[in-house]
Each structure stands twice: as C-alpha cells, then as structure tokens.
Design a protein around this ligand. Structure first.
Ligand SMILES: [Zn+2]
Length: 318
C-alpha cells in the first residue's frame, strides 16, 4: 500500500516535470487540442537570441527650427494586450483634441525611404507596422527606420487575413514569424505593437495576442490610401477625417507610392492647421520566440553568416 502511494506520488511528480517540457516540444496543431489546453498551462516560451540595445533609441537632433516636431511622447505598457484605435477598441483613448499619431503599414519597401525623409525633415516620429517578409527583403530600410527614432511594431509574416486561416497553429505562426522576421531584420528588439492585417480581429487570436502581451493597434481613421493614385487624394482623405474627428491615430501605408509622395504635404497641412504629433513608444520590447526565428531563417534559403547589406557587397562599376 505504502509503495503504491509512493509510486503514484513518483508518477505525478514526473508528469509535473515532463508536462511543460513536452508541451513545449509539441506546439498546438489543431483546434481540438487548442480547446483542450488551458492557456495558463502554456510554458514560458524560449526567448530568441537577438542581440541589441533597448527598443528605445535617442532620436537624431532636430535641425529644422520650424519643424512640426513631436509635441508629446507616450509610453505604452502592453501587458494583457490592450487595444487602441476607436474603429475597434474604445477603452484607451489617450489623445487630446488636435493630437495625431501617424502609423504606416506594409513596408519596408523602397517607397518607405521617401516617407522616412519627409518625417526626418519635419522631426516627426511615427509608428510602423512592417510585414515580416518585406522586412527580410529590405533590412537596411528597417535599420534606418529604427535609427531615426521611429517605433517599429509588426503586421504578420505575409499579410494573410487571419480570419481566413483555419489552422490555429498556422495563424499563430503568421503572427510570430512576423515578430521574428522584423526583429531579426531590424537587428534590435522591436515594440510589442501589433496590427492585424486588414483590421480583421478573430477573437481567438485577440486572446492569443493578449496572452503574448502585445498591444493591438486598430485605427481611429483609415485613410484608404491603397485605393488612391495621387498624393493629394491621400492628403485630402486624412485632413478631411481629422477635421471631422478632431484627433486620432491615422492609418496609412508606406508601401504605397502615392502615400510616400504625400507625406511632405500632409505634414505641412497638419502644421498649418495646428495639429500636434504624438509619438508612441513601448515600455518593453517584445521577445521573439526562438522556434519561429528558426522558421524565418529556413524561409530565407541558404542563409550565410554575413549580415552585410547588399549595397556594400555589390556596386555598379560601369
Ligand atoms: Zn496591412
């Protein structure tokens, strides 16, 4: 009898030891097992080994005395997954009248360079939500974005509408590979700021993102700039909506040519109309998960140890 109790105790002890480790090796792969696994039992994820300074950098000194500039910087604690942007989330409206947060999605892309220049000329800082794949194509642009003092979040690996993905593991990988790819390409930890593609927010993934302590950023006003071909249309769309709402988080796309050309005029009009720029930054960076770092490295085909930008490896000589 006593030995039977001892055996039971021994067995339960080994289950307790093996539980988290085996769970870590076998991530959730189906909806049935996802429903059966209580979220609290999820083991602490293995952090990735991305080196680098804190996500916050000292932005370059502003040399333009008439610049629009940044009037206020807010630090956001994303623990528990708070949502921002009145189109979907009402609980954290932190902007005062005439205050504007500029956000840009879907880069980095060659068009992003013009956006960065326009923002630098007016000493304005913004928040970018890059796509993981694009980050692997243009790491230099992402590094420039970081060095200019902008906040970098993430926007999934390949911009799939997460509502249309049936496999929870695949949807989770879209989010996590995005974080891994943007972090690796930037070479520094990024902000735990996440924007769902097409602003589609499947409830199960809103829960996952909350458990991962990522802030969810919708928008107060969508510029719909992806439908526009002329920069003046983008400026008009943003200014018209700002006039209506008085303030807000503005969603644009640095990936769009018209938007990249519109930013200088947009900043000039914001200044002329007395709007003030608020810069968001994160209290803590997001820790990418090692298993998704590995997946991203594999996707990049035959990686080498070189991290030199293409521009320093290849140059036009004739
Ligand atoms: Zn997008």
């Amino acid at each position: 009898m006593r030995s039977a109790i001892a055996l039971i105790l021994l067995m339960s002890a080994s289950v307790a030891v093996l539980g988290p480790a085996s769970a870590q090796r076998a991530p959730t792969t189906g909806s049935a097992s996802a429903a059966a696994t209580p979220p609290a039992a999820t083991p602490a994820p293995a952090p990735s080994a991305i080196p680098g300074p804190s996500a916050a950098v000292t932005p370059p000194k502003c040399t333009n005395p008439n610049a629009l500039g940044v009037s206020r910087t807010v630090e956001i604690d994303t623990a528990g997954g708070p949502g921002f942007g009145g189109e979907h989330f009402k609980q954290h409206d932190f902007l005062r009248n005439k205050e504007v947060v500029l956000t840009f999605d879907d880069g980095p892309w060659p068009t992003t360079t013009a956006v960065l220049k326009a923002l630098a000329d007016e000493c304005v800082r913004a928040t970018f939500f890059p796509i993981g794949k694009h980050a692997t194509y243009y790491p230099e642009i992402l590094k420039a974005m970081h060095e200019a003092g902008h906040t970098i979040g993430s926007h999934t690996w390949s911009h799939k509408n997460l509502e249309s993905i049936k496999d929870p593991a695949e949807a989770k990988a879209e989010i996590e590979k995005g974080i891994s790819a943007v972090s690796m390409s930037a070479g520094v930890p990024i902000a735990p700021f996440f924007r769902f593609p097409a602003l589609r927010h499947p409830p199960a993934l809103v829960t996952y993102v909350g458990e991962r302590n990522l802030g969810i950023f919708s928008t107060d006003m969508d510029s719909f700039d992806f439908k526009m071909r002329k920069p003046e249309q983008v400026v008009n769309a943003v200014m018209t909506k700002l006039k209506k709402f008085g303030k807000g988080i503005v969603l644009m796309h640095d990936f769009q040519t018209a938007t990249s050309q519109a930013v200088p005029d947009l900043l000039a009009q914001l200044k002329a109309e007395g709007y003030k720029i608020v810069h968001m930054r994160a209290r803590d960076p997001v820790k990418p998960l090692a298993e998704y770092d590995e997946m991203v490295k594999k996707e990049q085909k035959l990686p080498t140890v070189s991290t030199r930008p293409t521009s320093s490896v290849i140059r036009t000589v004739e």
